[in-house]
Design a protein around this ligand. Structure first.
Ligand code: SAH
Length: 202
C-alpha cells in the first residue's frame, strides 16, 4: 500500500511514510472488510461513514506538515486511523467525532495499540476544541460548504488548517496557514471528495 499508493503518487515526507508503515489499517475497518484494508479506496465503517482512502490520509497529513513537536486537532475521527497515523508523528492529537459509537470504537483502537497521545471525544467539532487550542495543525476530513469561522482562530502562529470546502460535486482541498502578521495564506491542493461535515444543528 505505502509503495504503490503513497510513494508512487508523490508523497515524500519520511515521517508520513514511516507512520503509515507503523499503523495496521486492517484494525480500523470492520472485520468483513479486512481483505480490502490496504486497497486504494475509502471503506464503509458503519453509520454511513467511511475511513478515507490511504492516499488522501497521506496527502492531508503531508499538506499539514506535521512535526514531532506539534499539537494537532482532527475534526471527524471516524475509525481513528488518521488520528493514529498522526499520533505516530505529532506530540499530541485531539480528535472530535460527532457519532458516539464511532468515537468509542476509535478510542478503543488507540488503547489496543498502546497509542497514548491521541484523545478522542464524541462531540460536534465545527467549533473546534477550544480547551486544547492553539493547534499547530487542524485537519478536517469532512467537507463544509464554507469555512467554519472558529477553526482558524484555533491555529497557532504558522499553524496549518487543511480541509475540503465546497458542494459535494466540486470540493477542493484547501490549506490555510496562519502567517507571522496574523493573516491567513491560502493554497488550493486540488479536487477531492469527502463525506459532509454536519453541524450540531444539522
Ligand atoms: N479520518 C477518518 C475518516 C473520517 S470520515 C478515518 O481515518 O477513519 C469523516 C468523519 O467526520 C465521519 O466519521 C463523520 O461522522 C465525522 N463528522 C462529520 N461532521 C462532524 C462534526 N461536525 N464534528 C465531528 N465529526 C464530524
Amino acid at each position: 500500500m505505502v509503495d504503490n499508493q503513497i510513494i508512487a503518487r508523490g508523497i515524500s515526507d519520511p515521517r508520513v511514510i514511516d507512520a503509515m508503515l507503523q499503523v495496521p489499517r486492517e484494525l480500523f475497518v470492520p472485520e468483513a472488510a479486512r481483505a480490502l484494508a490496504y486497497s486504494d479506496q475509502p471503506l464503509a465503517i458503519g453509520e454511513g461513514q467511511t475511513i478515507s482512502q490511504p492516499y488522501i490520509v497521506a496527502l492531508m497529513i503531508e499538506a499539514a506538515a506535521i512535526g514531532p513537536e506539534d499539537h494537532v486537532l482532527e475534526i471527524g475521527a471516524g475509525s481513528g486511523y488518521a488520528a493514529a497515523v498522526m499520533g505516530r508523528i505529532a506530540r499530541t492529537v485531539h480528535a472530535v467525532e460527532r457519532l458516539p459509537a464511532l468515537a468509542r470504537a476509535a478510542g478503543e483502537r488507540m488503547r489496543a495499540l498502546g497509542i497514548d497521545n491521541v484523545t478522542i471525544i464524541a462531540a460536534d467539532g465545527t467549533r473546534g476544541w477550544r480547551a486544547h487550542a492553539p493547534y499547530d495543525a487542524i485537519l478536517v476530513p469532512a467537507a463544509a460548504a464554507a469555512l467554519p469561522p472558529e477553526l482558524p482562530d484555533q491555529l497557532a502562529p504558522r499553524g496549518r488548517l487543511v480541509l475540503p470546502l465546497g458542494p459535494a460535486s466540486q470540493q477542493r482541498l484547501i490549506r490555510l496557514t496562519r502567517r507571522e502578521d496574523g493573516g491567513l495564506a491560502e493554497a488550493d491542493l486540488g479536487d477531492v471528495r469527502f463525506v459532509p461535515l454536519i453541524a450540531a444543528d444539522g
